[in-house]
Design a protein around this ligand. Structure first.
Ligand SMILES: [Zn+2]
Length: 320
């Protein structure tokens, strides 16, 4: 797609996309070539593919949690879900988000454009606010029953690894397009800021979904700033109070500010998934895609582990 204008630095704007997808937020990695582009599509694509490959290998050398399902079978299913999601983004989000950010930049719309900041400060603030409003979107996908129908396709995964980072229902990504447009418009996100945020967020999402056993010391230092694998593992726990924590996707500060940060759960005490969906036979590719449109099981049955404090020994014995 090319937009031409003779009056601004975005005189030549080309937008293409690489088919990465994840999490209600974009995951189209954009190829933007314009006169003031700060990030090359090749750099972002290489970083993301490199991070994915490296973490996939590290998961084999230093696994954090034991797998419940066969790895290759699960990864293949997750990548199939991700491919459908990526195609959906190409068709729905891409034609809206990038042109809208170019328009916002040309017209100087949005909050950050009104503050009289330098270009870099403007972009930095826009990226931080995108990260915060993604936290809000994540909370909504859990709290609003209609959105949860779609987001639970991500949470029913019985294991957590880099492939889960890309496993989002195409319906969730389609629904998130409206949120994305509002973010861009209200914050005033330029194409460059959008591109950088997309790349950083996808790197972060791949990292914190990974099943890599970092040392406690490294995790402790990192999770003061960004979301880490142990921290996000708690969000994927079948224990309700744990799922309802650690909503951040990039910076940890949002959970800290909202009092939803939870770090004190031993990883070996965590079972990944949702209590109502524990049978792998119910979680095939078609089942995951059909999940939002079927009668919902009570995600947190009243007598389930999700509502009661449970001793880790009980969890490991599988005595739900
Ligand atoms: Zn979630």
């Amino acid at each position: 797609m090319k937009l031409k204008s003779s009056h601004n630095p975005c005189a030549l704007l080309e937008v293409h996309s690489l088919p990465f997808s994840s999490f209600g937020f974009i995951f189209v990695v954009p190829r933007i070539s314009m006169k003031k582009s700060k990030i090359s599509p090749w750099i972002s694509g290489t970083l993301i593919a490199g991070a994915f490959g490296l973490l996939w290998l590290l998961e084999r050398r230093r696994p954090l949690r034991r797998d419940v399902e066969p790895k290759l079978q699960r990864n293949a299913r997750n990548l199939a879900v991700a491919s459908i999601a990526a195609a959906t983004l190409q068709l729905i989000e891409r034609p809206i988000a990038q042109p809208l950010s170019a328009l916002v930049e040309r017209r100087r719309w949005g909050l950050v454009k009104r503050l009289g900041l330098s270009k870099w400060l403007e972009a930095t603030l826009a990226i931080v606010l995108m990260d915060y409003t993604l936290y809000v979107w994540h909370v909504l996908t859990h709290r609003v029953p209609f959105l949860w129908r779609f987001h639970m396709a991500h949470h029913v995964d019985l294991d957590l690894d880099v492939s889960t980072a890309l496993r989002f229902h195409c319906g969730e990504l389609a629904l998130s397009t409206g949120w994305r447009a509002a973010q861009i418009l209200l914050i005033g996100v330029s194409p460059d800021a959008l591109s950088i945020w997309q790349t950083l967020t996808l790197l972060s999402v791949i990292f914190h979904h990974s099943n890599v056993d970092l040392s406690f010391a490294v995790e402790r230092r990192l999770n003061r700033v960004v979301v880490t694998p142990r921290m996000h593992g708690i969000h994927h726990s079948i224990v309700r109070e744990q799922t309802n924590s650690n909503w951040s996707s990039g910076l940890t500060i949002w959970d800290w500010l909202h009092g939803t940060l939870r770090l004190n759960v031993p990883q070996e005490a965590i079972i990944i998934g949702l209590p109502a969906y524990r049978d792998p036979k119910d979680l095939g590719l078609f089942d995951v895609l059909a999940l939002p449109f079927r009668e919902q099981r009570s995600t947190w049955p009243s007598r389930s582990i999700g509502c009661q404090p449970v001793h880790p020994a009980q969890l490991q014995a599988g005595s739900l």
